[in-house]
Design a protein around this ligand. Structure first.
Ligand code: MG
Length: 158
């Protein structure tokens, strides 16, 4: 078994929705990013790459590369899964905590888990997603951005 950790944060700016875990969520602002800004998928990718000893998402998909502009982050996750398979690794389970002062995410979490489970090739029970506020403390608490912590456990593929 191998364990990995991932963290990512994106600032909020003008926009009318955010994308988290591949789920489009209406909001009065959007996540600023080179890709679609899916900070949950980015943190998960880093947790998976970390567990596999394969570096990080910035090395795999440089944000200086025009090819990745506005890109669906789900494709990043798919590419990470290909790399894991090459190492004979599969996902055991993942767990993530989204830190967002707003919007309320609770009702979108089941959809995030199910979308992520598909891409991670595991059952929904192996994908946990939690959301918390930052208690109005600091930049995250003022709603200037959204951050995600993630951990992943990888197992040998058989
Ligand atoms: Mg990111």
């Amino acid at each position: 078994m191998r364990i990995g950790h991932g963290f990512d944060v994106h600032a909020l700016g003008p926009g009318d929705h955010i994308i988290l875990g591949g789920v489009r969520i209406p909001h009065d602002r959007g996540l600023l990013a080179h890709s679609d800004g899916d900070v949950l998928i980015h943190a998960l990718c880093d947790a998976l790459l970390g567990a596999a000893g394969l570096g990080d998402i910035g090395q795999l998909f440089p944000d200086t590369d025009a090819e990745h502009a506005g890109r669906n982050s789900g494709e990043f996750l798919d590419e990470v899964m290909v790399r894991l398979a090459k190492q004979q690794l599969a996902v055991g389970n993942v767990d993530a905590t989204i830190i967002a002062q707003q919007p309320k995410l609770e009702k979108f979490i089941p959809q995030m888990r199910s979308k992520l489970a598909q891409r991670l090739q595991v059952t929904v029970g192996a994908v946990n997603v939690k959301a918390t506020t930052h208690e109005k403390i600091g930049a995250l608490g003022r709603g200037e951005g959204i951050a995600v912590h993630a951990v992943a456990l990888l197992v040998a593929r058989h």
